[in-house]
Design a protein around this ligand. Structure first.
Ligand code: GLN
Length: 251
């Protein structure tokens, strides 16, 4: 199969080697005989149709976010329609913030978002930085763990009833107080975790790929053939150990 990926603002939102996540999608798809066709979607470029199988948007600083926020907000309808229609999506950090209703940055300015995710984000005084360990809240992967690194001033407040990606076993998570991290809407996942995220958490890459393949084929999502993943497991365990040493959620 050919999996069509729409990579939003790759030249603006690419902090912390977010492109590594795309590389993981490419390698894991290829290992199962599938090809990834990655198309950049940038300022002013038409989102010609909503037929991407998978969207990806990475992280960035407030300055880059302000540059793309109005353009992204205008694409909100198209992105919501695509996700309603079964497209998969992964949004990391700055991209995660701007796929909600909006983000009030450090300088007090309001950046509008795509309003796919049921949340708003407000910048706080203190940055939340360090290794994070989550326990997945996804029904597809109950109790699976997700290891990553967070670095954000934004506090993301989920609406009541919104589904988080996971529970923070160690680290701040969405806002430093709720105990939750990330969000999930349909086949769309948003998270603060980077480092990048997917090399350490290959099951999450495979879940997203299985959703993208389901969109491409019109079939129900089916688990992918397992891969050896020895190095990936080791990378996960090292990061998880660092997060555990950092301790539980700071007060
Ligand atoms: N600028 C945002 C914040 O500090 C996002 C940072 C990021 O993408 N790492 O909250």
């Amino acid at each position: 199969m050919r999996i069509r990926v729409g990579h939003l603002y790759p030249e603006y939102l690419n902090i912390y080697a977010d492109r590594g996540n795309i590389a993981v999608f490419e390698r894991r798809a290829a290992a199962r005989g599938h090809e990834l066709a990655v198309e950049p979607i940038s300022l002013g470029s038409p989102l010609s149709d909503a037929s991407y199988d998978l969207f990806y948007v990475g992280g960035g600083q407030d300055r880059e976010q302000a540059m793309i926020a109005p353009d992204l907000a205008e694409r909100g309808d198209a992105i919501r329609t695509a996700v309603d229609g079964g497209s998969a999506l992964l949004a990391v950090c700055g991209g995660y913030q701007l796929l909600g209703r909006g983000y009030r940055g450090r300088d007090g300015s309001w950046m509008p978002g795509a309003a796919l995710f049921p949340h708003e984000t407000l910048a706080g005084e203190q940055r939340m930085i360090g290794d994070v360990l989550l326990e997945s809240a996804l029904p597809e992967a109950p109790h699976a763990t997700i290891a990553g690194f967070e670095n954000h001033a934004g506090r993301t407040l989920l609406d009541d009833g919104a589904a988080p990606l996971g529970r923070a076993v160690a680290g701040y998570g969405n806002d430093g107080t709720s105990g939750y991290e990330g969000v999930r809407v349909g086949r769309a996942i948003g998270t603060y975790l980077h480092g990048p995220l997917l090399p350490r958490n290959p099951w999450l890459a495979d879940l997203l790929l299985s959703w993208a393949l389901a969109h491409a084929t019109g079939a129900e999502p089916a688990p992918l053939e397992p891969l050896a993943d020895e190095l990936e497991r080791e990378a996960h365990d090292v990061a998880a150990g660092r997060a555990r040493a950092r301790g539980g959620r700071p007060a």
